[in-house]
Design a protein. Structure first.
Length: 305
């Protein structure tokens, strides 16, 4: 009988092999793919596997960051270090540019967020760079709309997603055919879980932004979540910041991404913590997913990941 350690290694290597296969399929089928990189744990793992898929050659994809302008400082610093370390070609599509050009309107007041405004910057970045395929780090276990997603997700000429018009994917065969103006979103981590991600980070000793591990910081309690007090967060009259030991399970716009109280300061400790939780990271820490029951699906139909 196999030991638990051997089974875990085999399981992760099978997931890694599937992801490597997806990266190579895209390289074979598309002319100009790009890979989204937010600096979050899933995009870091995705980039790590992409580098493995084409080693010893350099990564054959440009890396694109959708910059809301309301990012965690630690994440932007990590992004820049990673780009320099790996010699990547980074392109940035900025939400602020769309605000300045009048394409979108910035929200103001308590609870304001630029998260939804990312869609315009994303679609503009895809068009300006001529990407015919774009890798994203979404996983099916994150949220019910994500669970409907194919590995190769067809998007029309407006970048929109129709869950009823997706192609079958049998025996790991992927259909990347598309017309000019259309593109494919590709999700090589679709079949991974949050626990898989953290076990892989632990085993591969992958570096992450420090906010993924327990640390002390000022936070505010809002709508059942803990939000980090940053220069982007407008406080209500009844909101009083306090210090807590927290970590982030997911990273997004600083105005809508919550943290959780935790003492897990290492990857091994996070693995143990995640194994015991029964709430997904987006369900627990993303205010943008609480807009409505179909909030994520509505955004995806507009072009969001």
């Amino acid at each position: 009988m196999k030991t638990g350690a051997v089974y875990e290694l085999s399981h992760l290597r099978a997931l890694e092999a599937e992801s490597v296969h997806i990266f190579r399929e895209v390289a074979a089928q598309f002319e100009r793919p790009g890979i989204l990189f937010s600096g979050g744990k899933d995009s870091v793992v995705m980039l790590h596997i992409a580098a493995k898929a084409f080693w010893p050659a350099a990564l054959p994809f440009a890396v694109m960051h959708i910059d809301t302008g309301h990012n965690f400082d630690e994440v932007i610093e990590f992004r820049d270090r990673t780009v320099e370390r790996l010699g990547l070609r980074l392109v940035v599509s900025s939400v602020q540019d769309d605000i300045d050009a009048g394409r979108v309107v910035d929200e103001t007041g308590q609870g304001a967020s630029r998260n939804r405004l990312q869609t315009t910057a994303l679609l503009r970045g895809i068009a300006e760079n001529g990407f015919d395929a774009v890798f994203g780090g979404a996983r099916r276990d994150e949220e019910k709309a994500r669970a409907k997603e194919r590995v190769f997700s067809f998007r029309d000429e407006f970048g929109q997603w129709d869950p009823r018009a997706q192609r079958p994917e049998l025996w790991n065969l992927y259909n990347g055919r598309h017309r000019k103006g259309e593109h494919i979103r590709v999700f090589p981590l679709s079949n991974w879980t949050e626990l898989d991600i953290w076990q892989y980070i632990r085993d591969e000793q992958i570096a992450l932004p420090e906010i993924y591990y327990a640390h002390r910081r000022p936070v505010v309690r809002r709508d059942g979540m803990l939000l980090a007090q940053t220069r982007f967060l407008e406080l209500g009259a009844d909101e009083e910041p306090f210090e807590a030991t927290v970590r982030f399970r997911t990273v997004g716009d600083a105005t809508c991404t919550g943290c959780v109280e935790s003492v897990a300061a290492t990857a091994e400790a996070v693995v143990e913590e995640v194994a015991a939780t029964r709430v997904t990271e987006r369900g627990a820490t993303r205010a943008d997913d609480r807009i409505s029951e179909a909030g994520m699906e509505d955004r995806k139909k507009e072009g969001y990941f």
